[in-house]
Design a protein around this ligand. Structure first.
Ligand code: SF4
Ligand code: SF4
Length: 456
């Protein structure tokens, strides 16, 4: 369910109410109340944009305790290849795999294997005449939630195929069963690059429950591995990568998916680019495209908020790494993967339902009246979207007003005008602002937070 849980929160002791997060949120999910940012989890799509925008790092991501892995006999870590790109170049893949074993995992799978199964499965969807075009990848869960909530008519364009971590999870289970493991003895843990993937695992869309048993934040895992990683030669772990291909390694980068699905495919990264494109798509202004890869982060998952490395360096490392690996087709043919058909069947998602965000409630008649009222209110507001009222723009303030969450005098310009016209007393106007932003905000103090443009 959209917004049913909090997967990220805000530390009030760090928030300076600077409005950067509010201004950057693509779904207008943030307001500043009493000088602090407040997230509306109903609207949030977990894109992480607010984390990037915050100069004081006030947002944090909820995480599971790594100790939970110990309750399983077979402890499998599933991680996107992007994680390998985080480590300094002096460490080999085997040293990183060895580090993961020292942290406590018994089996290690990069999620993008066996990738040809995924490519074939998506190609089947695209070849089906019934598939609405352009078909949109579900790879990025932030995009799926954005479409469900803000562009509900495009929900039918989402490709009903699961993301690679599901493929790898089924694949790992099959392989471990061959070793005699029972399902209940296997713990599957996913190392996530972002909040959106946490939400996708904990509140999955298009499936009743997630196959994954727990989540580990990628930055936490990176730090744990760095504590124990060896500087010396270690055992050869290449057998755990024998189904990893060049296509798999590049999958989570921009154009990692779209390059496989014909010339009428495009790739869009960055949540604000996605919003602009989806608006065009909804208005029927996009023609002749069959497949859209859309990712919330700049440089796709290389820009995930739980990554530690620089995103451009990560892309360079991964592209270089991919060149050392065989193609997915080669691996597929060599291994003659018997279970490929079965794996493909397990990738099919249930239909994904629209979950429109009703800014003015579900009652259509009342919503139309409220929308009308908001439009009229906007006429009285200055239209400069300054954010000093605690809403991201004048239209959002009008929306809050008709929903009884704000009042006209929250607009500092109107308030000033009313003081000038003698409609309210100057003292009352000042107290209004103080209530919104806190008393300390207006004290002269060279050490107060936010005194300079922190982080920019
Ligand atoms: S994660 Fe994205 S949608 Fe949610 S509050 Fe932050 S910027 Fe807005
Ligand atoms: S692009 Fe990747 S890291 Fe960023 S939100 Fe989407 S899935 Fe997560």
């Amino acid at each position: 369910m959209i917004g049913d849980s909090k997967y990220h929160s805000l530390d009030p002791s760090k928030c300076i109410g600077c409005t950067h997060c509010m201004k950057s949120c693509p779904t207008e999910a943030i307001r500043v109340v009493n000088g602090l940012a407040v997230i509306d989890h109903e609207r949030c799509v977990y894109c992480g944009q607010c984390h990037r925008a915050c100069p004081t790092h006030a947002f944090y991501v909820e995480q599971d305790d790594l100790a939970m892995i110990r309750s399983f006999k077979y402890r499998v870590i599933l991680f996107p290849s992007i994680m390998i790109g985080q480590f300094p170049g002096k460490y080999s893949e085997d040293q990183i795999y060895d580090g993961l074993k020292k942290v406590g995992f018994t089996h290690i799978y990069e999620v993008e294997q066996p990738m040809q199964v995924m490519i074939d499965s998506i190609n089947e969807v695209l070849a089906d005449k019934e598939t609405p075009k352009p078909a949109i990848s579900i790879y990025c869960p932030a995009i799926v939630r954005l479409i469900q909530g803000r562009y509900p008519s495009l929900t039918e364009n989402l490709i009903l195929r699961k993301a690679p971590h599901n493929l790898a999870a089924h694949f790992a289970i099959e392989q471990l069963r061959l070793e005699g493991a029972l399902r209940e003895e296997i713990g599957l843990f996913y190392a996530t690059p972002c909040i959106a993937k946490i939400a996708a695992v904990k509140s999955p869309v298009g499936e009743s429950e997630s196959i994954v048993d727990g989540i580990v934040n990628m930055n936490q895992l990176y730090n744990e591995v760095m504590k124990v990683i060896s500087d010396h030669e270690v055992d050869d772990h290449s057998v755990q990568r024998k189904n990893l291909s060049a296509e798999g390694i590049n999958w989570s980068l921009t154009r990692g998916e779209s390059c496989h699905f014909g010339s009428r495919s495009i790739a869009i990264d960055g949540i604000h680019n996605a919003v602009r494109f989806l608006e065009r798509l909804e208005n029927d202004q996009v023609k002749g495209i069959d497949f859209i890869e859309m990712r919330a982060c700049d440089q796709s998952c290389a820009g995930g908020i739980l990554l530690t490395g620089n995103r451009f360096m990560t892309v360079e490392r991964l592209e270089r790494r991919a060149k050392r690996y065989p193609s997915a087709k080669e691996i597929h043919q060599e291994n003659n993967l018997e279970k490929a058909q079965e794996l493909k069947r397990k990738l099919i998602l249930d239909p994904i339902m629209p979950k429109p965000h009703f800014a003015f409630g579900k009652d259509r008649v009342k919503a139309m009246e409220k929308m009308d009222k908001a439009q009229r209110i906007v006429c009285f507001l200055p239209g400069i979207d300054c954010g000093a009222c605690g809403a991201p723009n004048c239209h959002a303030l009008a929306e809050d007003m008709v929903n009884n969450k704000a009042k006209m005098s929250d607009c500092i310009f109107l308030q000033q005008k009313w003081v000038d016209e003698g409609r309210i007393h100057a003292r009352k106007a000042f107290l209004n602002i103080q209530k919104k932003w806190g008393a300390d905000r207006f004290k002269a103090d060279c050490n107060k937070r936010g005194r300079r443009n922190e982080g920019f």
